[in-house]
Design a protein around this ligand. Sequence first.
Ligand code: ZN
Length: 149
Amino acid sequence: MRIRPNSVLQNTIIHEIVHALRWHDEDRTDPVTASCGNSNDPDDRNLEEAATVAEVVIRLNPYVRVEYAGYYTKSEAAETTDDAYEMMDEDRELFVGNSTEGAPGLKGKDALRSLSKNFDKSNIGELKDKTEKTAKEHGKELRKRGRDK
Ligand SMILES: [Zn+2]
């Protein structure tokens, strides 16, 4: 099977691979970079989706304006698909320092370090998919809870 570059299918596959990476990598300790596992808590699911989308944006190598903006279009700030793409570009700039087509992404520890450090400033961190809290608010609470243990 040949996967057309930048196809919806390809982007969905990349997204699912990042979910799996988060799930299997036990070295991830930050609630933003680690999988929420089997949790059905809507706040956990919302954070998992937002952080997964962020990690895809970070890892895209080369960078392409993916034709399916996914969860960005669910964000309250994105009224149109163009808005969603713009927010994705802004996040790429924040996390990686580039948003031109073809520019290299980050991998490994660099990718995770950037995700942890910048998630609270990102557009996708504002995601509220069936939740009252934003993904970044939930991430902050989980981090605080971890420290209080
Ligand atoms: Zn997902």
